[in-house]
Every structure is written in structure tokens, then in C-alpha cells.
Design a protein around this ligand. Structure first.
Ligand SMILES: Nc1ncnc2c1ncn2[C@@H]1O[C@H](COP(=O)(O)OP(=O)(O)OP(=O)(O)O)[C@@H](O)[C@H]1O
Ligand SMILES: [Mg+2]
Length: 424
């Protein structure tokens, strides 16, 4: 449990002597955020922001160390800056030379991109006052410090105070501000997590470092939808946008082969399409092998037992290998029906249609149970170009989802397996 190590001295005091607040009828308040939005000009970015940066808003760009946050930030700023529009990049982490070296990898550097190395909050506020940038970026929030707080930069008290003051600055000046925040592998976020409630938009930049693909996910947005994802590929020339993510996730998926099933999983609040692979082959061992990567082995044992009992398939003399492609780990029950279908598909050597996804929890009596967030899963499947989805029957009549998707609701696993012939 994270605990504040220090209490800010400036408690309750506003950074700026803001003029006296006067209440207004809500009707008279302007709601023209969309018109004032600043387009970044990178589709994947504008989408996750809900259509561009809102003036005066605070955006947190969080991610694990080394994932490419600074690269993405620099690219965003390069897109935003022009000779007319001044963009200010404040780095508390890297030297100006390092930033320049990184920028060499990227596209042309616009004249309006200004950089400064500074981590003192008071000086940063002065600089912003002096320079009057149209967009402000700080890399990273963990390096900032405020003199009045005795704890070290990166401590919760410092991070909170820095973000609160930058928020006031952003609001007062109407300058959209992007903060970079580090997230640790365990997800116990020293910093960004304590900021999530404060900032307007939280974007998570994530990806497996052994792969080149990166996902930018909207976790929270006061000015647009959440659950949007932006997909990028890390290349020699920086991060390139991937306009068709289905090709990324399922790109290495072999053409309709037995044993491969796509499942829309929820990663926290986030839907993601994953390929589950099964290989079921005759065993020459007295104790057939049961190996699973990315799925709990106890759960696999249970699913094998359910399949034997309720589908009448003989698996006791088979080696069974299950793999979640791309090295992902799935813990949620929604993948269970997909595991069973992948096993049956491999056993019978009947491939599923390439455009079909499957989700549902499997009960011990062979029933397919409803899972949460079905609409999100369906929409994610539709968004990534899939055409059909085998889903739990319960509640399926109330679901609202994209017209491009056809659903096949099933009550039991034998119906799902029978439906395989329709989707193969
Ligand atoms: N020439 C290159 N070609 C491809 N990828 C590169 C190249 N140079 C750097 N990278 C990638 O960029 C990553 C570093 O990106 P960046 O510095 O933007 O990350 P970061 O999230 O800001 O890291 P930090 O936590 O250190 O601030 C490296 O891990 C590497 O994967
Ligand atoms: Mg960085």
C-alpha cells in the first residue's frame, strides 16, 4: 500500500491568485470543446484522445520504462509544432543532446519545437509564463520537485503536488499539457496511479518488449470515449502507426488451421483479441502430457474433464498442448469455451473460420455461462474485422453491438462444437 511520505506544506493554497469565482447558469456555459481541440495529425493518437487535445487539459502518458514514451512524446510534439505553433518540451530526464539524438531518428524537426532541461517546478512555471507555449509536455512527472516539499522527487507527495500545480497552470493558461509517467512491471504504479483521478486523460503505452508492437490505451478520458486503442510499431524511424491492428494481433495467425481460436479477452478494463492454439495428438506415454502456456494448468485439466464428459470425446490418451500466441497470459474464465473449441478443432482436424471469435465461461455440467463486458468484446472483435462470434446464450438478446458482426449464441459446449461446422 502506497503511503504519502510527506504532507504538502501548501495545503489548500492555490498556486495562482485566480480571480474570484462567480457561479453561472449551466446553460450559459460554453461546451465547444470539439471546436477548440488541437489535432495532432497522428490518427492513432487523435483517436485515443477522442479527437485531439482539449485546451487546458492534462494528459498522462504512462508506461513501463523503455517502452517508448519519450519517443512517442517527441513524435507527437513534432506533429504539433510548426513555425507558428510553439510547443515546449520540458525534460527532467534527458539532456538536450540526448533529445536531439533521438529526434534524428524521427522526421524533420519543426521550428516551433522548443526544449529545456528542468525539473524544478517553480522554474517550470516561470518558463511557461515567459514562453507562452500552445502545448506543454513534461518528461517525466517523477523527476519534478517542489521546494516546499522535503521528500525526494518521485515520492507520492512530490508527484501529486507537481501534477496539481501543472493542472492549475494548464487550466489557467488553456495550454494542453502532456505528462509522462513511469509504471512498474507489477502495475504497482509509483506515481501515475495516484494521478489517475486528477488528470483528464490517462493513456497507457504498453507492449511486449521482445515484440515491436506497442499499444496505446485510453484508460480514462474526460473528453472522449475510453477503451480506444492506438497501435504503433517501433521501427528505426521511431513509432509508426499501424492503421489496421487486426493484422498485428492476428497477423502471424496461420490461415484456417485446426486448433486455432480467437478470443476477445478483457485485460483489466481493456478488450484485446488473443489467439489460443491447441495441439492434441496421440500420446505414447502412460501419463499423457498436458502443457499449457498462458492458461492455468489446473483450469486446463478441468476443461479437459468437462470436454470428455459432455462432448463424448476421448482425450485420455492424447498429449494436449495449449498456447496463447504472443506470450500473453489469460486468467479470465471467458477464454474457457475457446480453449475447448481449440482442443476439439485440433482433435478432429477441423479448422474454425478465420473470421470467427469465441468467448464464454464453461461450467462443470457443460453449460456455457455469460461473462461480463460482452458488448465490449463483440465491438472489439468487430473493430478488428472479425465477422462472427460464438457467445453465451444468456443475455445475448439484449446485447448491442456492431452490425458487421453475426453472433451465434450457445447454451452448452456441445452446441458450440456443433456450431463449429457452421463456422468452419
Ligand atoms: N534505432 C532504433 N530502432 C528501433 N528501436 C529503437 C531504436 N532506438 C531506440 N529504440 C527503442 O526505443 C526504446 C526507447 O524509447 P524511449 O526512450 O522513448 O522509451 P521511454 O519509455 O521514454 O523510456 P524511459 O523509461 O527510459 O524514459 C528502446 O527500448 C528501443 O526499443
Ligand atoms: Mg523516456
Amino acid at each position: 500500500m502506497e503511503k504519502p511520505v510527506d504532507t504538502p506544506v501548501r495545503k489548500g493554497r492555490s498556486l495562482f491568485a485566480v480571480s474570484q469565482s462567480v457561479p453561472l447558469p449551466l446553460l450559459e456555459v460554453s461546451a465547444d470543446v470539439d471546436e477548440a481541440r488541437i489535432f495532432i495529425g497522428m490518427n492513432e493518437m487523435d483517436r485515443v484522445l477522442g479527437g485531439g487535445l482539449v485546451p487546458g487539459s492534462l494528459v498522462l502518458l504512462a508506461g513501463e520504462p523503455g517502452i517508448g514514451k519519450s519517443t512517442l512524446l517527441l513524435q507527437i510534439l513534432c506533429h504539433l509544432a510548426s513555425d507558428q505553433k510553439k510547443v515546449l518540451y520540458i525534460s527532467g530526464e534527458e539532456s538536450l543532446t540526448q533529445i536531439r539524438m533521438r529526434s534524428e531518428r524521427l522526421r524533420e524537426i519543426p521550428g516551433g519545437l522548443w526544449v529545456v532541461c528542468e525539473s524544478g517546478l517553480d522554474r517550470i512555471i516561470e518558463i511557461v509564463e515567459e514562453q507562452g507555449p500552445s502545448v506543454l509536455a513534461v518528461d517525466s512527472i517523477q523527476t519534478l520537485f517542489c521546494d516546499e516539499i522535503s521528500s525526494a522527487p518521485g515520492s507520492i507527495a512530490q508527484v501529486r503536488e507537481a501534477a496539481a500545480r501543472l493542472m492549475q497552470l494548464a487550466r489557467l493558461k488553456g495550454v494542453p499539457t502532456i505528462l509522462v509517467g513511469h509504471v512498474t512491471k507489477e502495475g504497482a504504479i509509483a506515481g501515475p496511479r495516484v494521478l489517475e483521478h486528477l488528470v483528464d486523460t490517462v493513456l497507457y503505452f504498453e507492449g511486449d518488449r521482445s515484440h515491436t508492437f506497442r499499444l496505446l490505451r485510453t484508460i480514462k478520458n474526460r473528453y472522449g470515449p475510453t477503451h480506444e486503442i492506438g497501435v504503433f510499431e517501433m521501427t528505426e524511424a521511431g513509432l509508426e502507426q499501424v492503421p489496421n491492428p487486426s493484422e498485428v494481433f492476428l497477423g502471424q495467425r496461420p490461415k484456417a488451421v485446426p486448433g486455432s481460436v480467437v478470443v476477445p479477452c478483457m485485460e483489466g478494463t481493456r478488450p484485446i483479441l488473443v489467439e489460443i492454439q491447441a495441439l492434441v495428438s496421440p500420446s505414447h506415454l502412460s501419463m499423457p502430457r498436458r502443457t499449457s502456456t498462458g492458461i492455468d494448468s489446473n483450469r486446463l485439466a478441468l476443461l479437459i474433464a468437462v470436454a470428455e464428459r459432455h462432448l463424448g470425446v476421448a482425450l485420455y490418451d492424447r498429449d494436449i498442448f495449449i498456447n496463447v500466441a504472443g506470450g500473453l497470459k489469460i486468467s479470465e474464465p471467458a477464454s474457457e469455451l475457446a480453449v475447448i473449441m481449440a482442443m476439439v478443432s485440433s482433435l478432429r482436424e477441423v479448422p474454425l473460420d478465420m473470421d470467427t471469435a469465441v468467448f464464454g465461461e464453461v461450467g462443470l455440467t457443460g453449460e456455457v455461462r455469460a461473462v461480463g463486458r460482452a458488448e465490449l468484446r463483440l465491438n472489439e472483435a468487430a473493430r478488428l474485422g472479425l465477422k462472427k462470434c460464438v457467445i453465451p446464450w444468456a443475455g445475448s438478446d439484449r446485447l448491442k453491438f456492431s452490425d458487421s458482426l453475426e453472433i451465434l449464441p450457445v447454451k452448452r459446449i456441445d452446441e458450440a462444437v456443433a456450431a463449429m461446422s457452421e463456422v468452419s
